[in-house]
Ligand binder design. Sequence first.
Ligand code: GLC
Length: 673
Amino acid sequence: MSQSRRIRMLLDELSWAEKLGQLQIVFRPDLHDAEQLVRDGIGSVFWPRSAAATNALQRVAVEETRLGIPVLVGLDVIHGHRTIAPVPLAQAASFDPSVVRDLARLAAAEARSAGVTWTFSPMVDVSRDPRWGRVVEGYGEDVHLTAEMGRAMVRGYQGETLAASDAIAATAKHFVAYGQPEGGRDYNTVDASEHRLRNVHLEPFRAVVDEGAASVMAAFNTVGGRPMHANRRLLTDVLKSEWGFGGVIVGDADGVRNLIPHGVAGDLAEAVRVACVAGLDVEMGGAPSDAQAAELGPDRLDPARVDDAVARVLALKEALGLFDDPFVPEGDERTEPTEDARRLVRTAAARSSVLLTNDGTLPLSNPPRVLVTGPYAESTDHLGAWTQSFAAGARSIADELRSRMPRTDLRVIPAVGFLDGHDGIPDAVAAARDRDVVLVFAGEPSTLSGEAASRSDLRLPGRQEELIRQVAATGVPVVVVLENGRPLVVADWIDDAAAVVEAWHGGTEAAAAIVDVLLGDAEPAGRLPMSFPRSVGQVPIHYAHESTGRPATTGGMLTEASVDIGLHGPDNVHEQYTSKYLDLELGPQFAFGHGSGYAAFTHGTPRVSHGEIPLEALERGETVGIDVVVTNTSDRSGDEVVQAYLEDVVSSVAPPVRRLVAFERRTIEPEAP
Ligand code: GLC
């Protein structure tokens, strides 16, 4: 990696202790403590909650340390800084990378104006296990979709140059395979084959590294028995050597300390040493400072490795323009959403929503009497996981409906909570009887997804399912709007509803976006980025599965007859010995890519540019084009998401039954009458 003259000079000047200081980022809620740490030579800190406080830290770094090296200021800007966008899983459902890029751009502008220069985002961990709470933070089960959304995030965060006043350094995380924990339990063991690593988990990281992500964060988990914070083969041999990654590898919070309970380090100094040797550059949590300094001298840590890590950190500071001007104009700090920002996240939330089912009840056609029920009727908890305390709040859906449907007779009876069930169900059922439509706003509170938020039961929590079934039993059409951070099991009530919209946690303008969708001012034309299982017993479940040697063609539905004659009996023995569950229909409740909208489309026969194309041509970079004519046969404008899948019929290894290779969302006007 070429080094600037400044970096070479600093590497010569820096003492050993000062070099180790540059290789740490610490959390410190109070400014006084943070200032002392910076004075003592720490190279990076977490954002101290304002532009003014950030400038104070930079002043200490520049004026009160021997070499005056400014600090990196890190923060988890995951889906917005002040103005909160839909959660990343929702953004994936938009199937629109331009939306994702624009949201990241907004987040970067707000964050950099406050002095943040480094975000720990995007998370590009592919996951096929909705029990894992962090699926909310990623882009779902598909490699290509995750890669494209991750690239869009990097473009949005980093812009054309990191030195710009609205750019922040992106961090691809969590490297690698964090989305495949055994049991779907966060932080749990991952045992992924080289085949699975290369064909699934590494791909999106390769994409965002190619897109120029400034840093990569190591994952908490082991891969094949080796914790990622001490995994030299993947951190150095693959990420740095094979891919040529020249940025910074940062540890996750206390990930180096965790090597002790992982059982691969006997004490803190050994943990720091094995992580440094493996290729980690910056430790998150202050472990080197807490370890015995004598244990981390130049005789115990390879000076060349330390210099390489310091050079990477200094290069990032240089690319951010911090040596030229580490300060931010405090008067420019964007502390409140602008109207444009609100409009952007509102549009994004609507574009991210997915119409799971609809018998025509949606969009609403001015029903005169409406019951509004469910825990999300009056809740303002729309922001989702990974939202900071200083984020701009959201209004309730009930308030939004009151302002948008002033002439409608609205009755609002939440009836149940998210988890416990204060029993307002009888009141809701009684109220439903004289209504024209019931709107049930259901889902998971934000705290049920995100880090350390795995669930063993994927159904709606509390008594929400009971509420849906009982109001539906009145015969009044029921529309269910879901706000959640993961795919749910909806089998027990989905057929009772007239329409179901998956709105996810939609952020600061979630209520407005949901009402836009219900009234038809926007359409729920997103597509599912993750399969919805019929049962948690199906998990992990995804569309790009292998065929297996005995693919089933019908589900194994248990009946008395089937039990009596040994399931299928002699007339269909081949079906009996196939890969399925005896007590479930085949496949998920809703598959990856599922969704529709309010318009209707027909699709012509796809035309492929090549009948055949030699592999060498593809390896030379030649591409295959697919044209398909899509016609809007409805009477309203609508979005269609065309998806192209590739099937490798015979391969050297068992191929997935198909895999997404391209997608495009287009707004198509209805045919002229
Ligand atoms: C957390 C998360 C990581 C985050 C880091 C800093 O434990 O795993 O995604 O960036 O700590 O907050």
